[in-house]
Design a binder for this molecule. Structure first.
Ligand code: SER
Length: 319
């Protein structure tokens, strides 16, 4: 990885990944792209280009202008948004991905794109979900993610393109909020805990899903991209996770820091049914064996850090 292009650079993952990559590989060597250009750190700390990933011509032009050798394709619609607008999701998620793969092929660039626990469906084994298993998702997002996994495998097999990827669980961060995902409750709960000492969850008590703190997710991407190719059996869509949790457990952990925190419920049937179709806990042993994946943060250390960072941000906002 010498010259890296990132799409969706202002999104939940991109905004932290770009800053970390710039720190490690040099600011000028990380080209951030997104469909909007606000005045922010990612835009101002290195090369930035406006890019709609469905516009193949501009995509290819930018990649060639910087002669990139790595494409990290993050631009996509999350699960709940995709369910509300399936055609748009197909066009952005699949149209963007095929363009990104073609651009990478033109430049023989290394390629990363995330899949998700959303690539599993209701008849996938729910606990200790294996790396290789039944994948018949019932959401448009899931259909996109499975197709994406297959497409990346295909580009590797057919064209020898160095494609790599992980199946991310719900990602939790204090930097950029997610938008339109099913696991967003696990982020919102921390923001509201600081602001109001209370949160109303749209996900039902007892609904287990895999989650991970963003620093672990960023490290996983970089570690996988730097991994010895000869050791990778799976390449695309490695299961990775840091914890399998449900709303009550987060509340218990928050209460250790904010004793009067109160968790209420007002279940959203649409997002609940997406959550119910996903695994409770996935098995990440292939990622561990093939490239040494290991998450540092568990629920306790993540909660402590999230609350510390968010209260600091609040203080900054007020002062
Ligand atoms: N966090 C994502 C979502 O909820 C899952 O990949 O859509």
């Amino acid at each position: 990885m010498n010259k890296i292009l990132v799409t969706g650079a202002l999104g939940q993952i991109g905004s932290e990944l770009v800053m970390k990559l710039r720190e490690l590989y040099g600011s000028d060597n990380v080209v951030a792209t997104d469909i909007r250009k606000p005045d922010c750190k990612v835009v101002n700390s290195g090369p930035f280009e406006l890019l709609d990933v469905t516009d193949m011509k501009t995509f290819s032009k930018i990649a060639k202008k910087y002669t990139v050798d790595t494409v990290m394709h993050l631009a996509s619609l999350l699960s709940a948004n995709a369910e509300n607008n399936p055609l748009l999701a197909w066009n952005i998620n699949m149209g963007g991905l095929i363009n990104a793969l073609e651009v990478a092929r033109e430049l023989d660039a290394q390629f990363f794109t995330p899949s998700s626990i959303g690539a599993f469906g209701p008849n996938t084994p729910k606990d200790f979900t294996p790396q290789d298993t039944l994948q018949r998702p019932t959401t448009m997002y899931g259909v996109n993610k499975v197709s994406g996994e297959l497409l990346c495998d295909y580009y590797y097999k057919k064209f020898g393109l160095d494609t790599r990827g992980v199946r991310f669980p719900g990602l939790i961060s204090y930097v950029t909020p997610p938008g339109g995902g099913t696991t967003d409750y696990a982020v919102e709960v921390y923001y509201e805990a600081i602001k109001k000492q209370a949160y109303t969850s749209y996900i039902k008590k007892g609904t287990y899903m895999d989650m991970m703190y963003m620093p672990d997710a960023i490290n996983a991407i970089i570690q996988l991209m730097e991994a010895d190719a000869s050791k990778l059996v799976h390449r695309n869509a490695f299961n990775i996770t840091a914890m399998s949790i449900e709303p009550e457990q987060i509340a218990q952990e928050i209460k250790k820091h904010i004793p009067n925190f109160k968790l209420n419920y007002k279940v959203d049937p649409d997002r609940q049914s997406i959550a119910d179709s996903w695994p409770n806990a996935i098995d990440a042993s292939a990622a561990q064996q093939e490239w040494g994946f290991k998450a540092k943060y568990d629920l306790a250390s993540m909660t402590k850090d999230m609350l510390e960072k968010l209260s600091k941000n609040q203080v900054h906002k007020v002062s």
